[in-house]
Structure formats: structure tokens, C-alpha cells
Design a protein around this ligand. Structure first.
Ligand SMILES: *Cc1c(COP(=O)(O)O)cnc(C)c1O
Length: 383
């Protein structure tokens, strides 16, 4: 039977502790959720500002539906977009202080199609070894030659760039600004300097920086830097902004090139108005009021203290993503399932997503002090 293959492979995964299953909840996204009838404090969501169930975002979404309907009905080039799409692109360009911006249907798609169409055969891409899977896939699709540099190791990056200094073709350096499984921050100022020295494009994935770093504006602002013509910034509406979809912000020629060449933009129906309406509202909220971001960082600092005090060792986190590393998969799964029994949701992250198994706690502005105290007690009891 042709399906025997899959059954056997799935059994293999199960034996290795690597089988994944979907867990769905019966509540909105938020600090308290119900999964399979069990009430849990949620440390697994990237809804950093608690916007995913914000009343103003919901209203904006409903109002977009009542005016524009539910489905976009076509790709942007065929007229699926609305004035909301255009307004969101304008707003993103001004928020990121770039000449132009383009909406794409998800962060995953944005990375795959943008990188794939910015570079081509004969070009060179330099990618941090811990970059997101969507970046890896975009690099592969581009047919450029890919050099992987050691994590955040700008010396290694320069060595690699130097090693091909006499070759033709173009160069692109690509990095997550906040690494999604370790929560550390890329050395963005050094990357700018290196990109300038080697005449390279610099592609920055701000998925976990948008709404979190630099007053919400992202990693460049965090480091006191501003847009330069060779920088391409990607960000998502799906994490801190509580909505869905993604953007690329860059020079006009780069955005126009994507409009003409990016397959996931050209050959896919655009985001529905309800989603675009919510994203617009989210941007308006973080530009007007920084208190959710301040609450997020206050909670994050407290969580670091609490997790350390309870006796767990934290990875290299500099952001609300807090990894706790384990020597083996079994211990990691065990710890996660004992936390689950105590009402804490922090799923184990395993290979191939990461090399070292870990619990990845994400902290949000919506967590209360009691939520964090509950986490403290639960970890101490298990230890
Ligand atoms: C989540 C994530 C993406 C994908 O974004 P989606 O909108 O969820 O598709 C891309 N890059 C990084 C670094 C991410 O963490």
C-alpha cells in the first residue's frame, strides 16, 4: 500500500518522542485559555500585547466586514485589494520610515517569496544559522548560493563575504532580528556596517520585533538606526499586532520588483478586509499608547526573575521569548506535561525546529502578576 510509508514514518517519530499533534482551544487567544476542557495559563502565544482579543481590533474587523464583506475574491493585481489595503501599506511605510511597503499573506510567505525573487542564480546569500524556516526556504528557492554563518558571528560573516570578494553576482545578508526560539537579538548595527562595506543588501525579519522592540517600530529603531536604501525590513501582523499577514518595507524599486515578480503575491488571493482592518487598528493603538509595550517588558523582566528563582536555567534571551534548555527530549516533554497538569501551558519545542530541546515561555502584556506567581509555584513544585 502506498500509504504504509507514512504510517511507518509516523511510528518512527513517535518512538523518538518527535510526533507532533495539534492542540486547539475553546477560548480566544489570551493569557488564560481552555484546551481539551482544561483551564491553563498560556505561555505559548506570540500575542505579546494581548491584541488578538482586543475589543477595538474586533470592532475594526467587524466594521471592515460590514463595509467590504468577508472575502477579497482575487489577488491584488486583479483588484482583490481595497482602500484599506492601500491605507495599511501607507501606514506601514510611515511607521517604518521607508519609501514604500507591500502587504503579503503571512510572514512565512513574505520571507519565501521576497528572498526568492530578490536574489537569483549567480548571487550569494549569507544567512544566520538560526534563521527562521521561512528564510531557509526562501534562500533555497532563489537558486543563489547560500552561506550559513555561525549564530550572530559577524567575524564569520565577514570571512565568508571576503572569501568571495572577487566573484561576480550580488550579495544579500539575511537575519531574524529577534531569534524566535532563543529570544536573543541580532547584532543589527554591525550587520549594517558589514552590508555597507561589502555592498550587500540587508534583509531583516522583524517578526518578533514588531510591536516589541524600538517602541514597537522594530529592531532598527531599537538600535537608534533608521532606514537605508540597501535595507529590506519584513514584519508580521500575526504576533504582537494581534492580527494576521505580513509586510515588506523598503525602497520603491524593491517593492515594485516584488509586485512584479513575487509569486506568492501575484498568484494568491490577498488578505481579507477584516484582517487588514484589525492590523490598521493595531498600528494606530501602538502609535498612540506605549503602555501595552511597557507592561510587556515589565512582565518579561519579572518572568525572568521568577523562572531563575524557581531554579531553571534560562538560555540567551533578551526579549519576551524565554527558552529553558533541556539535555534530552524526554525530560523536556516530562517537564512540559507536568506543567500542563498544574495548569501551565508551555509546550516542548523539539528537533528539527531546534537542535537543543526546550520549553519556550513567551510572556505577554496580558499576563497578570498572579499568572507569573502561579508559574513560579508550579516550577518549584516540579523541581
Ligand atoms: C513566525 C515567524 C515568521 C512567520 O510569520 P507568520 O505570520 O506566522 O507566517 C517568520 N519569521 C519569523 C522569525 C517568525 O518567528
Amino acid at each position: 500500500m502506498p500509504i504504509d510509508f507514512f504510517e511507518k514514518r509516523l511510528r518512527d517519530l513517535e518512538c523518538q518522542g518527535l510526533l507532533r499533534t495539534v492542540k486547539d482551544k475553546s477560548t480566544p487567544q489570551g493569557p488564560r485559555i481552555i484546551i481539551e476542557g482544561k483551564e491553563l495559563i498560556n505561555f505559548a502565544s506570540n500575542d505579546y500585547l494581548g491584541f488578538a482579543s482586543n475589543e477595538l481590533l474586533k470592532e475594526a474587523s467587524l466594521s471592515a466586514i460590514s463595509h467590504y464583506g468577508t472575502g477579497a475574491g482575487a489577488s491584488r493585481l486583479l483588484g482583490g485589494g481595497t482602500e484599506l489595503h492601500k491605507a495599511l501599506e501607507k501606514r506601514i511605510a510611515s511607521f517604518k520610515d521607508t519609501p514604500k511597503a507591500l502587504l503579503l499573506n503571512s510572514g512565512y510567505i513574505a520571507n519565501v517569496v521576497s528572498i526568492a525573487c530578490l536574489m537569483e542564480e549567480g548571487d550569494y546569500i549569507f544567512s544566520d544559522e538560526l534563521n527562521h524556516a521561512s528564510i531557509i526556504d526562501g534562500c533555497r528557492l532563489s537558486r543563489a548560493r547560500v552561506f550559513i554563518y555561525s549564530h550572530k558571528d559577524t567575524g564569520h560573516l565577514e570571512e565568508l563575504l571576503y572569501s568571495i570578494k572577487n566573484e561576480g553576482g550580488r550579495r544579500l545578508i539575511v537575519t531574524d532580528s529577534v531569534f524566535s526560539m532563543d529570544g536573543d537579538i541580532a547584532p543589527v548595527p554591525d550587520l549594517l556596517r558589514i552590508a555597507e562595506r561589502y555592498n550587500a543588501l540587508l534583509y531583516i525579519d522583524d517578526a518578533h520585533a514588531t510591536g516589541v522592540l524600538g517602541g514597537g517600530h522594530g529592531s532598527l529603531k531599537h538600535f537608534g538606526l533608521s532606514h537605508r536604501p540597501y535595507i529590506i525590513q519584513m514584519g508580521t501582523f500575526s504576533k504582537a499586532l494581534g492580527s494576521f499577514g505580513a509586510f515588506v518595507a523598503a525602497e520603491e524599486s524593491i517593492i515594485d520588483w516584488l509586485i512584479n515578480k513575487a509569486r506568492g503575491f501575484i498568484y494568491s488571493t490577498c488578505l481579507p478586509p477584516s484582517v487588514v482592518g484589525a492590523s490598521l487598528k493595531a498600528l494606530e493603538l501602538i502609535e498612540k499608547d506605549k503602555s501595552p509595550i511597557e507592561r510587556l517588558w515589565k512582565n518579561r523582566d519579572l518572568a525572568i526573575k521568577i523562572i531563575k528563582d524557581a531554579g531553571l536555567e534560562i538560555g540567551p534571551s533578551e526579549t519576551p521569548i524565554i527558552p529553558v534548555l533541556f539535555k534530552n527530549i524526554e525530560d523536556c516533554l516530562n517537564f512540559s506535561s507536568r506543567l500542563f497538569d498544574k495548569g501551565i501551558y508551555a509546550p516542548a519545542i523539539r528537533p528539527p525546529t531546534v537542535q537543543v530541546p526546550r520549553l519556550r515561555f513567551t510572556i505577554t502584556a496580558a499576563h497578570s502578576e498572579e499568572d507569573l506567581e502561579h508559574l513560579h509555584r508550579a516550577i518549584k513544585e516540579i523541581k
